[in-house]
Design a protein around this ligand. Structure first.
Ligand SMILES: NC(=O)c1ccc[n+]([C@@H]2O[C@H](COP(=O)([O-])OP(=O)(O)OC[C@H]3O[C@@H](n4cnc5c(N)ncnc54)[C@H](O)[C@@H]3O)[C@@H](O)[C@H]2O)c1
Length: 228
């Protein structure tokens, strides 16, 4: 019961890492879990299975959080409009969440508040493609570091988790929809699991990490791809 009495909002909680996180928050005793997502039906199903609340927005605002043009998105061929769409979700969306979560905590005089963003190993490495995704995740790490410096005086911690590949719908789309979860788990995301990533989020959300802030917690199961 690491989160007993806590109130949590999980954005992107209808699927993948967010869904598993919402489930684990509920299991760890959170008093209230709110799922915020653009997939209304899926969000409702997850929410009712864990007794959580749901906040949805128009599905038309759903945007890919992975590179729109995938491996083809190189520096030389950079599609700036596709890049803007990725940045709108991954950077602007994350910044808006951090801003409004922090304002609510400061105005509500919440002590011990914890904001956990989802970056990626792509936030501290370079890649051969998906340059928009890599740069967006570096921005998330920069946001976390600055926010942690500024919000510490209000008793708010800001950290991020940086997973390697986990077989979620988004990751499968990243492989062009040609590979299934089993293939991803046995070839790319070896040692990775949704549970492992969600456990890291629970750690950062709980009092177990009460002195930890500004951390980019890499959750990669030993992946050796940290080339800079
Ligand atoms: N799966 C991986 O391998 C992996 C690795 C590293 C980082 N990540 C990051 O983890 C996060 C979650 O990804 P996932 O793999 O669980 O994907 P996913 O597709 O399973 O889940 C993402 C959820 O976010 C929701 N969403 C998308 N745009 C939204 C918006 N504008 N507002 C609200 N909700 C929105 C989707 O509807 C979906 O339910 C992403 O930031 C991703 O970049 C994933």
């Amino acid at each position: 019961m690491k989160l007993a009495g806590k109130v949590a909002i999980v954005t992107g909680g209808a699927s993948g890492i967010g869904e598993e996180t919402a489930r684990r928050f509920a299991k760890q005793g959170a008093r209230a879990v709110v799922i915020a997502d653009v997939q209304d039906e899926l969000g409702r199903e997850v929410a009712s299975s864990i007794n959580a609340g749901i906040a949805t927005s128009s599905p038309s605002s759903a945007l890919p959080s992975l590179s729109s043009s995938g491996p083809a998105q190189t520096v030389l061929g950079l599609d700036l409009e596709a890049m803007d769409r990725v940045l709108a979700v991954n950077v602007r969306g994350t910044a808006a969440c951090v801003k409004h979560a922090a304002r609510a905590m400061v105005e509500g005089r919440v002590r011990g508040g914890s904001i956990v963003c989802t970056a990626s190993v792509a936030g501290s490495t370079g890649g051969r493609g998906m340059v928009d995704y890599y740069l967006s995740k570096h921005a998330v790490v920069g946001l976390v570091r600055s926010a942690s410096v500024q919000l510490g005086e209000h008793g708010i911690r800001v950290n991020c988790v940086s997973p390697y590949v986990v077989a979620t719908p988004m990751a499968l789309r990243g492989f062009g929809g040609e590979k299934d979860a089993e293939w991803v788990e046995s070839t790319v995301g070896v040692n990775m699991s949704l549970k492992g990533v969600a456990d890291a989020v629970v750690f950062l959300a709980s009092a177990e990490s009460e002195l930890v802030t500004g951390l980019d917690l890499v959750v990669d199961g030993g992946y050796k791809g940290h080339r800079r």
